[in-house]
Structures are given as C-alpha cells and as structure tokens.
Design a protein around this ligand. Structure first.
Ligand SMILES: C[S@@+](CC[C@H](N)C(=O)[O-])C[C@H]1O[C@@H](n2cnc3c(N)ncnc32)[C@H](O)[C@@H]1O
Length: 313
C-alpha cells in the first residue's frame, strides 16, 4: 500500500494538510498525558524498553525526551520521510527504524515492556491483525500495549453515518483511498475489540474518549495465536451484521468508484476528440490530406495483393 501518511509532517503538502498537521502536532502533550494516565499508578519508564509503532516523525516521542534518559525508546514507521525526520530531530536519545507494510519487525520476541500505537490501527486494514500479533510477539510477558481506535465519537465525520455498534465490528471504510486523501479508515466497536483483541490481550482499561477515539490499555496474554485465531467470528450476532454492513458499504464504494472512473473516461474521450478536431482543422492537416489519401490507397492495394497471393498458395 502506498504511504506517506497525510497526518505526518514529513509528507503534508496541501494547505489543509499543513493546517491539520500543525494542530495535530500540538496534541503531543495531551497524547503523553493520555498514555501515562492509562498506565498503572506504579509505572516507571526507568530501565524500560518502549516502542512507538507508527510513530510518524515523532509527535509523541518528542514528549518523552526526559524519560529517554533512563529508558530506551524506539519509533518505527513505514514512511521513509517520517523516519528520516525522526532520526534527524530526536535520535539520540530516541532510536528509529523503518518497517514494511506487514510484519515482522526486526526485534527479538519479548523485547519491549510497553508498545503504543497512536492513530495507527485507525488506518490498518488487511494488515491490522498481523500487526496486532507482531506487537504481541515483541512484548515481554505481561507487557502493555496502548492503542486507540475510532468508533462512536467520529462515525458521522469519517463514515458519514450515525454510530450503531450493532453493525460495526472492525469495519473498513474507503479501503482504496490514497493516503493523500486520508487513506483507509477503520471503525472498531468496543465489543469487537474485547472479543478479538481480547484473545491475545487482557483488556485492562478502555478510556472512552480522547481526541475523539477510544484508547485501550491491553496486557499481553501468554498465548500463541495465528491471525485466523484472532479474526474468527465469535458467537455475538453482531459479527454477522457487521460483515453485512461492511459488504454493503464496500459495494456502494465500488459503485462510486466505477461511476467516477466512467466519468473520467468520458472526460478523457472528450478531450481527445477536442484535440483531434483542432488538429484536423489545422492548415497542415488539410494540406497533407492528399498525401494521406495516397498512403491509404497504397496500403489497400498491398493488402489486396497479399490476400490474393495467400489465396493461390
Ligand atoms: C495518523 S498517523 C499517526 C502518527 C503518530 N502515531 C502520531 O500519533 O502522530 C499514522 C502513522 O501510521 C504509519 N503507518 C501506516 N501503516 C503502517 C505500517 N504498516 N507499519 C508502520 N507504520 C504504519 C503512517 O506512516 C503514519 O505515520
């Protein structure tokens, strides 16, 4: 899938994106507050290894520079420009690496005490559960994952429909949208997260509304699961309704995309016809008309001669 992400400073090039990024970057202190607020009261970063998965250029990591004097902090992202910016501005004390679209990460199992993924699972689609399991793998036994997800607070805005958790499990909207237009969007219901993510992690806490998303504090369970194990539907009948709703939505999106494609093809054909008309009206086209007529006749004769020799053989 193409990246960069529009939400990262390194890759924003329209006025709207620049404004959005400027506001987004200012939310760093609140993001730190949200992370620390979710962690247990006796949590300390001293001596800990921490991973910011999908860190972008370091909006959150830059708030943890004091803690990075005694702990080891890593930022990982798929977007090369973001990783470059992170390296240039915050490393050291931070560490940075780039990852691919899908796992694995270049870390041993059990490498981290804490992983957070802020506004990342809000966009991951087919690679979402594989990444969830990869973060599970790189966490130490009992390690924490903090991840936020979009749902009730933002459904109207991003999906254009009222929130209704009887039809949302993990639903993907705008799957093929380019990142320059906001990328794919994923809505997740609390019940779905508890059912599916809860197989790999104990759901310790869900902070209901921070920056219009829900934030989950999860503790690694001592289990070994495949992506299928996590994805498999549970008994809740909302599983089926959510799949149906996602299918209907995908069909509407396909219809919209096809209509846009047909309109673009019509536009292109009209433009081509206009170019052709202006070319054919041009003086040189009119002057060379006899020449083209001769060429056409010669070709026709050659074809006829070849056809008749084919008949003889
Ligand atoms: C909305 S931005 C959030 C950035 C950062 N976490 C923050 O809160 O400022 C989503 C980030 O996820 C990154 N991302 C998207 N797909 C990824 C993947 N497969 N692996 C790692 N990072 C990914 C994007 O490049 C982008 O930096």
């Amino acid at each position: 899938m193409p990246h960069p992400d529009p939400h990262t400073a390194a890759s924003s090039d329209t006025e709207w994106q620049r404004t959005f990024v400027a506001c987004w970057m200012q939310l760093g202190p609140e993001t730190k507050e949200a992370i620390v607020g979710l962690l247990p009261d006796d949590w300390s970063f001293a001596g800990k290894r921490v991973l910011d998965f999908g860190s972008g250029p370091g909006r959150t990591l830059k708030e943890f520079v004091p803690e990075a004097q005694t702990g080891e902090f890593w930022g990982i992202d798929i977007d090369a420009a973001s990783v470059d910016q992170l390296r240039a501005t915050l490393c050291p004390p931070m560490h940075a690496a780039r990852c691919g679209y899908s796992p694995p990460l270049d870390f041993e199992p059990g490498s981290f005490d804490l992983v957070w993924a802020i506004s990342v699972f809000t966009h991951l689609t087919d690679n979402s559960i594989p990444w969830l399991l990869e973060l599970h793998r790189v966490l130490k036994p009992g390690g924490f994952l903090i991840a936020n997800y979009m749902g009730r607070w933002i459904s109207e805005l991003v999906a254009g429909e009222p929130w209704d958790d009887t039809r949302i499990g993990m639903n993907v909207f705008r799957h093929t949208h380019p990142w320059s237009e906001g990328g794919p969007l994923v809505l997740i219901s609390d019940w779905w997260l508890r059912e599916h993510w809860g197989r790999a992690f104990e759901v310790v806490d869900i902070a209901p509304r921070i920056h219009n998303s829900s934030w989950a504090l999860l503790r690694k369970r001592d289990v070994s699961l495949t992506a299928d194990d996590v994805a498999r539907p549970g008994d809740d009948r909302r599983e089926y309704q959510a799949v149906r709703h996602n299918l209907a939505r995908a069909q509407r999106e396909i219809e919209g995309a096809e209509a846009r494609l047909a309109a673009a093809q019509r536009d292109a054909a009209e433009q081509l016809a206009a170019v052709r008309r202006s070319y054919e009206d041009s003086q040189s086209w009119r002057l060379t008309r006899p020449l083209r007529e001769i060429t056409r006749r010669v070709r026709a004769r050659r074809t006829a001669a070849r056809d008749s020799s084919d008949d003889v053989t």
